[in-house]
Ligand binder design. Structure first.
Ligand code: FPP
Ligand code: MG
Length: 289
């Protein structure tokens, strides 16, 4: 199935979308797509079929986000912890990802027409070369699109992300690009895998589990978190609209930070630019793998 789907809503669902759209819509929604294997068990199908249905649901949800005018979505597709699953399941998930990113590249006209930017956030060094090459190509191809942004967290955990951000900061100190006194939470935020994104406004987790599982822990300080008691492949547009509705109801109570309180000094800006250039060059090398 394609990443960019045609509209599947009926007229009643369309009206509901229009009503919700008239209220305050979150700009950035994060999703923990949980429950694929329980879905597979419940329906007597192979685990990989559960994950494939999970991908189909992702494509459907991206269409709902576009309909609602949500400009950025971050999904948890593969945690570093998931490498501890059986070799068979990990291999199947890597193969699924490889196929889906290949499909994404096959659909590049559609992607460019919709102005979709795809970013994969995570520890790319842990991913097999074949998948990494497709990921790097998709990221490179779409890097200048800005209509809609899809961040796919793949080989990701917050602890890993924060550990690597600290290493990048220490590299900056070691090379004397920055000083110890320049280190603050804003600098660290700018060294995370998510450095290009604002913090999520809303985080949805399916399957009835009430935890973050090491996902965007740094970024979710003021995020409204909504837990849904359905398995990810069964997540419906009504579940989604309900989550947005709850977000809207609580929006006015959320304490929102007003802009950036730490203005970056020129020394830090120049180190950050150098770091981002290093990351872009790494991506370019991966495309040539
Ligand atoms: C969590 O359900 C889901 C995953 C670990 C994989 C999610 C992957 C997809 C939806 C496919 C996305 C693919 C791409 C290329 C973006 P689970 O396996 O933890 O199920 P359980 O909670 O029932 O055990
Ligand atoms: Mg799970």
């Amino acid at each position: 199935m394609s990443w960019i789907r045609d509209n599947t809503l009926n007229w009643f669902q369309h009206i509901a979308v229009r009503i919700i759209r008239a209220g305050h819509v979150p700009k950035h929604v994060a999703i923990i797509m949980d429950g694929n294997r329980r879905y597979a068990n419940k329906n007597n199908v192979e685990k990989i079929e559960g994950h494939t249905r999970g991908f189909d649901k992702l494509a459907e949800s991206l269409q709902w986000c576009m309909d609602l005018g949500i400009s950025e979505v971050t999904v948890y597709a593969f945690s570093i912890e998931n490498f501890k699953r059986t070799k068979e399941e990990v291999d199947c998930l890597m193969e699924l990802a490889s196929q889906k990113f290949q499909r994404l590249l096959d659909e590049k006209e559609k992607l460019m027409e919709h102005g979709v930017c795809v970013r994969v956030i995570g520890n790319l060094s842990l991913i097999p070369d074949k998948v990494k090459r497709h990921i790097a190509e998709a990221m490179f191809l779409t890097k200048d699109n800005n209509n809609a942004i899809l961040n796919v967290a793949f080989a990701y955990t917050s602890r890993d992300e924060i550990t690597y951000a600290i290493k990048d900061v220490l590299d900056g100190v070691k090379s004397t690009d920055i000083k110890i006194e320049d280190i603050n939470d804003d600098l660290l935020s700018k060294c995370l895998y998510t450095y290009k994104s604002p913090d999520p406004d809303l985080l949805i987790r399916t399957s009835g589990e009430h935890r973050l599982s090491d996902f965007l822990m740094w970024q979710c300080t003021n995020t409204y978190i909504h837990f849904v008691n359905v398995l990810w492949p069964e997540f419906s547009v009504w579940d989604f609209l309900r989550a947005i509705f709850f977000y809207q109801r609580y929006y006015s109570q959320l304490i929102k930070e007003q802009g950036n309180i730490h203005l970056l000094n020129p020394i830090i800006s120049s180190y950050i630019k150098k770091l981002y250039l290093k990351r872009t060059n790494m991506l370019q090398k991966m495309v040539q793998l």
